[in-house]
Design a binder for this molecule. Structure first.
Ligand code: NAD
Length: 493
């Protein structure tokens, strides 16, 4: 792909986004929401705002589609064919989807291409290929009985997703849910709905029957809440903030006790020991691990813990690597750090810098808004050292390009600092000592531990957190547990 192709796509007008209910594109009852581009703050288009009544229609259609079996009772091989077609269509429209997404959410195009359509196509393909290879079980009971264990779709799945990687995270939910035979109502984030609406259009083109996938756009507090309280939803899957995760659990308790699976944020430690195989490689990986997509990555290595004996040299290499990263227009192929998703997120990020200064932390580089003249929302990659476990920056997730640095002197201290958090999503360990690496893998309380790398990803590997980073896993065959129920059958022989 060339810069010219990107520029041509970026100049196209963006039609208003509609709700998708029962295969038809509809207006919502509430006032549409304006969509501003983070690149320059300009008005890109509008998306509909689904009222509680709109959401009720969408969930009722999803329920009807599930009950009449138009998808739920097709064979796995038939579902596979449709989902493979969808993966092919995503690949065919990859550049269009990536450019649309960047205009909507500000992620740099070089990353968006791989992480958005690239990843979404792979995810649909992977679950399409998997679903006709999942067998039921026969239990080892007494000889006078046959006990069968079936896996059945759960019914109606509601998926509420965030703005940082809408297609990638959307596909992590949609692909296994649809492959298993469920109907879905999807609610994208207010500031990143456009690519998911286009994905739904491609799903219809691929042959997904109308009503099986419905999309309701709108604010979390109205559209999202109505979905959370719906009596028609059997399972709610969510990626986003802990605050919203708590609300969803309340909604479930106040409605029909729907199962709720949460993928929440993190304050992931990236631990550099003096015996790391290559401190230069570790410094570059630490910078990439926090600053790509302006730090709006749930697994970002946002807490650097560095052994005191190498701290000065390491921070010098890290600062150099950070200053070498290109912050710019996210539509340029050369850009490594794009825009912050919204003005609210930018001002939240800057608020963390003010608190860090007030708490006596040192701003080594960055710390300010950038590219103000563009009208867009950009922030300098920021490294802050001298952060103590009691400081706000150590404890709270920024979800922006801000790295907190704390030094340690022993392995035990490193482990204790790593675990001194309410979260448990990801982590990194840099050491050439194999035994130490294994001790850290066992000791760190997190869903993911990277060793001598940061941020590996593959559809074959489950991804999820512990503690206040959530429950349940996306990706791999393990994700199917969320979208299927076990049913046992006893047959007297
Ligand atoms: P958010 O929780 O505000 O929004 C996420 C989604 O929830 C959006 O679609 C929003 O409209 C919806 N929502 C908001 N309030 C709601 C309500 N009351 N009822 C129902 N839905 C509601 O989060 P955000 O700020 O958009 O996203 C950033 C957060 O997501 C960060 O904390 C980040 O770490 C987390 N995140 C986690 C992962 C992961 O895999 N664990 C991945 C990406 C982002």
């Amino acid at each position: 792909m060339t810069q010219d192709q990107i520029d041509r796509l970026a100049a196209l007008p963006v039609p208003p986004g509609r709700l998708l209910i029962d295969g038809k594109w509809e207006k919502g009852e509430d006032e549409p929401l304006p969509v501003h581009s983070p690149i320059d703050g300009s008005l890109l288009t509008t998306v509909e705002s689904a009222s509680a009544a709109d959401v009720a229609r969408a969930t009722a259609c999803a329920r009807q589609a599930f009950e009449d079996g138009r998808w739920s009772r097709t064979s796995p091989a038939q579902r596979k064919a449709v989902l493979l077609k969808l993966a092919d269509l995503i690949d065919k429209h990859a550049l269009e989807l990536a450019v649309l997404g960047v205009r909507d959410n500000g992620t740099e195009i070089s990353m968006a291409l791989k992480a958005e359509p690239g990843s979404a196509a792979q995810t649909f393909r992977w679950y399409a290929e998997a679903i006709d290879k999942v067998y039921g079980e026969i239990a080892p009971t007494a000889a006078n009985v046959l006990a069968l264990i079936h896996r059945e779709p759960v019914g109606v799945v509601a998926a509420i997703v965030p703005w940082n990687f809408p297609l990638m995270i959307g596909a992590w939910k949609l692909a296994p849910a649809l492959a298993a035979g469920n109907s879905v109502v999807l609610k994208p984030a207010e500031t990143a709905s456009l690519t998911l609406l286009r994905l739904a259009e491609l799903a219809l083109e691929a042959g997904l029957p109308p009503g099986v996938l419905n999309v309701v756009t709108g604010p979390g507090r109205t559209t999202g809440e109505a979905l959370g309280l719906s009596m028609d939803v059997d399972v709610m899957v969510f990626t986003g903030s802990g605050l919203t995760g708590r609300r969803l659990m309340e909604y479930a308790a106040r409605s029909n006790l729907k199962r709720v699976y949460l993928e929440l944020g993190g304050k992931s430690p990236n631990i550099v020991f003096a015996d790391a195989p290559d401190l230069g490689v570790a410094a570059k990986a630490a910078a990439n691990g926090i600053f790509r997509n302006s730090g709006q990555v749930c697994v970002a290595g946002s807490r650097l813990l560095v052994e005191a004996s190498v701290a000065d040299a390491f921070l010098e290499a890290l600062t150099k690597a950070t200053r070498a990263m290109t912050l710019g227009n996210p539509l340029l192929l050369s850009t490594q750090i794009g825009a912050v998703n919204s003005p609210q997120q930018l001002s939240r990020n800057l608020g963390f810098i003010d608190t860090a200064r007030a708490e006596g932390n040192d701003v080594l580089t960055g710390g300010a808004r950038a590219r103000v003249d563009t009208g867009g929302w950009y922030m300098e990659p920021t490294i802050i050292s001298g952060v103590r476990p009691t400081d706000r920056l150590f404890r709270e997730e920024v979800f922006g390009p801000v790295l907190s640095v704390t030094s340690f002197t022993t392995e035990a201290e490193a482990l204790s600092l790593a675990n001194a958090t309410d979260y448990g999503l990801a982590s990194g360990v840099w050491t050439a000592n194999l035994s130490r690496a294994h001790r850290m893998i066992r000791g760190i309380r997190a869903g993911v531990v990277h060793v001598n790398t940061y941020g590996g990803t593959d559809g074959t590997v489950p991804m999820g957190g512990v503690r206040q980073s959530g429950n349940g896993h996306d990706k791999s065959l393990h994700a199917l547990d969320k979208y299927t129920d076990l049913k046992t059958a006893w047959i007297a022989l």
